[in-house]
Structure formats: structure tokens, C-alpha cells
Design a protein around this ligand. Structure first.
Ligand code: CO
Length: 181
């Protein structure tokens, strides 16, 4: 029992260190390696997918969109400068025309709702405004039920970014935070 207790205490200590701030980065002894690169969790609205920094370089993130007009995650956390590959899968049955989903990562300062309105007018371009320019950091193609699409990009500088689905009306429900640490 004593050993189990000790292990628990150590785990707690490790968790606390892992949650500590960036200054820990320079102290080799306190560097904690977190087994897998990405972590999948239950499909709840409060889901977060968090990547740890490791030597693999490419951070693979997954996101699902459903016929209920919902993403299965509302937050991602990655390290600044990571190479990110995000794969969006449409787990529903509905067509791209009726229930299309994409992943659009917006730059800071871009208003989600305003962008959504502009995107709604860009049906002929997969609901990506032709003049989006720097407003978009990365986006996938628009997909329908049973399809998936990936996009690879370099994580932008530290900060919080919004991600949305730019299909008309979907930004109201399909949105989340992309946090770069
Ligand atoms: Co959508």
C-alpha cells in the first residue's frame, strides 16, 4: 500500500510539474515526457485535444463533424512552431450541400460571425471568401458525410485563435479555440 501511495504522490507531483509554466522548459530534470503525441477523448462539447512537444515534429490532430452540426472538440493546444496536420472527418450521412463541414483557422482579430457572413457568399469557392488573404491561417476542403480532409500547416505564433466551419450558418455552433503555447 505504501508503494501505491508513493506512486500516486509522484504522479501528482509530475502532473503539477507538467502543468507548470514555460520556465520549467529549461530545467532538464523536470522535463516530463507524455507518452503519446496526441490524445483522443470522449466526444463531449468541452473536449480539448492537447499535444505535447516531442521530437517527432509533426503533430497530428483529429476533428469530427456530425449531422447534428457539431464538432466533437472545441479546443486544441499545440506548441508554437509545430508542424500540424489536422484531419477533419464528417461522421454523418448528409451531403456536402446540405451539411457541409470544413475546418477554417482564422487569424487573430478576425471576427468569426463577420467572416461567416462573407463565407456564405462564396458558395462557388467552397465557402472560402476569395479575398480572405491573411484572415485565414489554414483550412480544409468542404466535405460531406463519410468523407475526410486534411490540412498541414505551421502553428502560428503563441496566442488564441478561432476555428470554425464556414458552411452558411454553421459558425453559430461549429467553432472552437486553437491555442498555441
Ligand atoms: Co459545417
Amino acid at each position: 500500500m505504501k508503494i501505491v501511495k508513493l506512486t500516486m504522490t509522484m504522479l501528482l507531483a509530475v502532473s503539477l510539474i507538467a502543468c507548470g509554466d514555460e520556465q520549467k522548459k529549461d530545467e532538464n530534470e523536470s522535463k516530463v515526457s507524455i507518452g503519446s503525441q496526441t490524445e483522443e477523448r470522449e466526444a463531449t462539447p468541452e473536449n480539448t485535444e492537447e499535444s505535447s512537444d516531442d521530437e517527432l515534429g509533426l503533430v497530428e490532430l483529429s476533428l469530427e463533424g456530425s449531422d447534428q452540426m457539431k464538432f466533437n472538440k472545441n479546443q486544441f493546444k499545440v506548441k508554437a512552431g509545430s508542424e500540424v496536420k489536422l484531419t477533419l472527418t464528417h461522421t454523418g450521412q448528409m451531403s456536402k450541400e446540405a451539411m457541409g463541414h470544413n475546418f477554417v483557422l482564422l487569424n487573430q482579430g478576425v471576427d468569426m460571425m463577420e467572416f461567416g457572413e462573407r463565407a456564405a457568399g462564396a458558395a462557388n469557392n467552397g465557402y472560402i471568401p476569395e479575398d480572405a488573404g491573411d484572415d485565414i491561417i489554414a483550412h480544409t476542403d468542404m466535405i460531406g458525410g463519410g468523407e475526410s480532409a486534411s490540412v498541414t500547416f505551421k502553428a502560428p505564433e503563441k496566442g488564441e485563435y478561432d476555428f470554425i466551419c464556414s458552411f452558411p450558418g454553421h459558425v453559430a455552433l461549429m467553432k472552437g479555440k486553437f491555442i498555441v503555447e
